[in-house]
Design a protein around this ligand. Structure first.
Ligand code: ZN
Length: 213
């Protein structure tokens, strides 16, 4: 099974469509979405429609919860706060119902998906250090977990120790734990403006970190 895993679209329809277009020849079996479909960008409703039409499983991000009024936005920066207020007014009842239906974590065939951390997904903590990665790895039922939230693509790998990799291609070796931040479709924050996402081939046991050129 070949999965395309998208996160942090943030209502950026142009970037979202460019990602879908870049995957045209990749024989993707299923799309997954790691949340923050809305917030910041100007096309929340179109992005919600598109993700609902293609995604096999989607989990909620903090901006999705903020758009529903489920979390406080006092800690958001000015742009995020204003975008949230605008997004709240823009969404329809059915948009809201869809966001309400999203779980925080999904466990699939040997891997998991979450927006922030597996140890307390409802807090939307960031995984930035090896220790943060370790805490999520302790909660992984399988060998692989995909997450987002920081908008920075990076893969943490636990063998004897936990290391990280910025490589585009990672082999999932047996007995290891692999925690993959897929980066952001709509608002990359790693000084590379190209939309980011990941591919995962469960038969070949490989993940790829991709940018849209
Ligand atoms: Zn985000």
């Amino acid at each position: 099974m070949r999965y395309a895993i998208l996160s942090d679209i943030h209502a950026n329809l142009d970037a979202f469509e460019a990602v879908i277009e870049s995957l045209r020849d990749d024989s993707v079996d299923r799309y997954l979405c790691l949340g923050d479909i809305v917030g910041y960008g100007a096309r929340p409703r179109e992005c919600l429609d598109l993700i609902q039409s293609i995604s096999y499983r989607t989990v909620a991000g903090n901006h999705d919860f903020a758009a529903l009024g489920k979390i406080e936005i006092d800690s958001f920066n000015t742009y995020a706060r204003q975008a949230t207020i605008w997004t709240r007014e823009s969404l329809s009842e059915s948009d809201r119902a869809y966001l309400e239906s999203l779980p925080l974590v999904e466990h699939l065939e040997g891997f998991s998906i979450v927006h922030g951390t597996l140890y307390s997904p409802e807090l939307f903590d960031y995984v930035q250090t090896s220790y943060d990665a370790y805490l999520s790895m302790c909660e992984m039922p399988g060998e692989v977990c995909f997450f987002g939230h920081s908008h920075v693509p990076i893969t943490f790998i636990r063998q004897r120790f936990i290391t990280y990799s910025l490589a585009g291609e990672i082999d999932v070796e047996r007995g290891t734990s692999v925690l993959v931040n897929v980066g952001s479709v709509g608002q990359p924050r790693d000084n590379n403006p190209q939309a980011a996402y990941a591919l995962f081939d469960t038969d070949r046991r490989k993940t790829w970190s991709r940018r849209v050129h």
